[in-house]
Design a protein around this ligand. Structure first.
Ligand code: PMP
Length: 359
């Protein structure tokens, strides 16, 4: 068996510890004589899996008691609609930082008044636009941001001002990579398939008093209250994905030692790669230094043909999924929690070799 170093932006690599544990429990999970995939979601075994998963997430992220944790389906993309359906009363202020806010803006506009209060589109999304309190719309209900921009490799290091407004944030590609002060947000959502588990489940962390105010006559599954009232089991939840998220959280708690430790690893992985890129004569990263992502690192050689060659040869060397997003080209290394430090060293060694051969 040869495992590759997988730099995919998502679905992404998972910790081997988690995959092995899932393998061990495949035929007989928790003494049930069956796999989690075959279990009734109404069984006591699955209820325990769900309860443990929620409790671990609450402990790890230090989620205050006045926040609810919900497990939804439909990916991050369904949240682009669920957020306005549940929170937009007057209008929404959105900061446009790329593809994932553009899609949120598109869905918001179908459902209510929406202002794009700042955008880095003109600079090809290579920085995070800074806003002031005065830039907010007087009647807006919330400020919406994508905290880490998976495609462009930017990240908010400081949250925007939002006095008197709610703050909604898409943390799909940075959740659990560092400590997060949940109390600074009103709603956080994240698809699992980057840093939490496989695709199929989306975690929503929402202030309890925001639940129960959705627009009238919306489908039950688009109302956060349906999830909150039914412990995320109004209908069949994505049982196996929730189980896998639970294993990832167990790994983070017991093997890594929590988010403070993971934050150190996240910073180290990123600075190793940025330091190398910054001194290289071949590669460059276009992002403003203060806004650089710790988890998604795009880079280019400046020559599209050479980029193609890089991706091909890296792939042959067991460093896979380094192609940049189809909308930006070049390369992108996603360094999520499950990427071992050896993977980063292997990538840098390969980059050095390629630079020598092609400069
Ligand atoms: N938000 C961000 C930051 C993302 O990176 C992605 C997917 N790459 C999405 C939202 C959309 O998620 P999904 O495909 O789960 O709907």
């Amino acid at each position: 068996m040869t495992r590759v170093y997988n730099f995919s932006a998502g679905p992404a690599c998972l910790p081997e510890w988690v995959l092995k544990k899932a393998q061990e429990e495949m035929l007989d999970a928790h003494g049930s004589g069956m796999s989690v995939m075959e279990m009734s979601h109404r069984s006591s075994e699955f209820q325990e899996i769900l309860d443990t998963c929620k409790a671990r997430l609450r402990r790890l992220m230090n989620i205050p008691d006045d926040y609810e944790i919900l497990f939804c389906q439909g990916g991050g993309t369904m949240q682009f609609s669920m957020v306005p359906l549940n929170l937009l009363k007057h209008s929404a202020d959105i900061i446009n930082t790329g593809q994932w806010t553009k899609k949120a803006i598109m869905e918001h506009k179908k459902l209510g008044k929406t202002q794009v209060i700042a955008s880095s589109a003109e600079d090809n999304f290579t920085h995070i636009p800074k806003i002031k309190q005065e830039d907010l719309t007087p009647d807006s209900d919330y400020v919406y941001i994508c905290e880490n921009n998976t495609i462009y490799g930017t990240k908010y290091k400081e949250l925007p001002p939002h006095e008197g407004k709610l703050l909604v944030a898409d943390l799909s590609s940075c959740i659990l990579s560092e400590r997060t002060d949940v109390s600074k947000y009103d709603l956080i959502f994240a698809g699992a398939q980057k840093n939490m588990g496989p695709a199929g489940v989306t975690v929503v962390i929402i202030k309890k008093d925001l639940i129960g105010h959705a627009k009238e006559n919306i489908p039950s599954l688009l109302d956060y209250k349906t999830y909150a009232d039914n412990d995320s089991m109004y209908n069949t939840p994505p049982c196996y994905a929730i189980y896998m998220v639970g294993l990832v959280l167990q790994w983070l708690e017991e093997e890594i030692g929590g988010l403070e430790e993971m934050e150190k690893l996240t910073r180290k992985r990123a600075s190793l790669l940025y330091d190398y890129i910054d001194q290289s004569k071949l590669y460059s990263n276009p992002v403003a230094k203060e806004d650089r992502s710790y988890t998604n690192i795009p880079f280019v050689t400046g020559d599209a043909e050479l980029d193609k060659k890089f991706v091909k040869e890296a792939n042959e060397a067991g460093l896979v999924n380094l192609k940049g997003h189809r909308t930006v080209g070049g390369m992108r290394a996603s360094l999520y929690n499950a990427m071992p430090m050896e993977g980063v060293y292997a990538l840098i060694d390969f980059m050095k070799k390629f630079e020598k051969e092609n400069l």
